[in-house]
Ligand binder design. Structure first.
Ligand SMILES: [Cu+2]
Length: 109
C-alpha cells in the first residue's frame, strides 16, 4: 500500500519537476597559466558563470568590452579566483589588459 502511494506520488510530481528545479547555472573554470586562457573558447548557457583562476606567477587583468557582457576584473593576483556571470546571450571577447595575446571567446546561448 505504501509503495503504491509512493509510485503514484512520484508520477504525479513528474509534470511539475521542471518548475521545481529550473536548470541550475553552471560554474565553469577558466585558468590563466603561461599567459593564456584554458580553454580558449567555450559555450555557455545564459546565466552560467565563469570562475577565472589566475594560476600564473604574475598578475592578470581580465576584461571584456563586448556588448553582451562588459566587465573588468582589474588586477588579479596569482592564486586568485574571481567569478563572473554571463546573463545575456551573445559572443563575448575576453582579453587581458596586461597581456594582449591572451584571448578567450565565450559564446553565450
Ligand atoms: Cu594577463
Amino acid at each position: 500500500m505504501t509503495r503504491t502511494l509512493l509510485v503514484v506520488c512520484l508520477i504525479c510530481a513528474l509534470p511539475f519537476a521542471p518548475m521545481l528545479s529550473p536548470a541550475a547555472a553552471r560554474e565553469i573554470l577558466v585558468t590563466q597559466k603561461g599567459q593564456q586562457f584554458t580553454p580558449k573558447a567555450l559555450t555557455l548557457a545564459v546565466g552560467d558563470e565563469i570562475v577565472f583562476v589566475n594560476d600564473d606567477t604574475g598578475t592578470h587583468n581580465v576584461f571584456s568590452e563586448s556588448p553582451a557582457n562588459t566587465f573588468d576584473l582589474k588586477a588579479q593576483r596569482p592564486g586568485t579566483r574571481t567569478k563572473v556571470a554571463f546573463p545575456k546571450a551573445g559572443q563575448v571577447d575576453v582579453r587581458c589588459a596586461i597581456h594582449p595575446s591572451m584571448r578567450l571567446i565565450v559564446d553565450v546561448k
